[in-house]
Design a protein around this ligand. Structure first.
Ligand code: ADP
Length: 173
């Protein structure tokens, strides 16, 4: 038998910032694929909180020592980027029904653009199924605690950005 080719998956998104929902999907991706490249879309239209360099650095920090996770940036067509990287899979996370319609359109469009790339959807653990980068930013800006929702480096960076001390642990419901 010939040696199996390594399967590289690309996990594209804004990651502004990376949350534990993304981390959960990356962990699931690593169970199925040999390598996961987190690919940050450089989107000139969106006004991100963190610069691309900051987002790259935060993800690097979360995966220091994990050789199977790499971080990169891209612009232009995702399928072109994926092929250029030698990837055969696009991984996307599916949280709720609300994600489905857009993701379905994107997956079919990407298949039409390049049928060699397969899109694979993964569901996060339930506790992350309501989590988004946007919600994390809103909650933090309003004074809420986001520990447990983002990697520690992200929480520190949010505090730096907003010049805030660590808050008390969230109360249990
Ligand atoms: P985009 O702007 O492409 O939606 P995001 O950074 O918000 O970029 O998301 C990147 C990918 O991660 C998407 O597939 C999104 O569905 C997925 N994702 C985001 N948050 C979560 C979460 N809490 N659980 C599972 N998947 C998630």
């Amino acid at each position: 038998m010939s040696a199996r080719r390594r399967t590289l998956a690309v996990f594209p998104g804004s990651f502004d910032p990376i949350t534990n929902g993304h981390v959960d999907i990356i962990a699931r991706g690593l169970q199925v694929f040999d390598e996961v490249t987190v690919a940050i879309l450089q989107n000139l239209e969106k006004r991100p909180l963190f610069t691309t360099e900051e987002r790259v650095e935060l993800i690097r920090e979360a995966y220091r020592g994990e050789k199977r996770v790499t971080v990169d940036t891209f612009s232009g067509l995702l399928v072109d980027y994926a092929v250029g990287k030698g990837a055969s899979v696009i991984v996307r996370g599916l949280r709720a029904i609300s994600d489905f319609e857009y993701e379905f359109q994107m997956a079919l469009m990407n298949r039409r653009l390049d049928h060699r790339i397969e899109t694979v959807f993964m569901m996060p653990a339930e506790q992350y199924s309501y989590l988004s980068s946007r919600l994390v930013k809103e909650v933090f800006q309003l004074g809420g605690d986001v520990r447990g929702l983002v990697p520690p480096a992200v929480e520190r960076k949010l505090r730096d950005k907003y010049g805030r001390q660590a808050t008390a642990k969230p109360r249990r419901a």
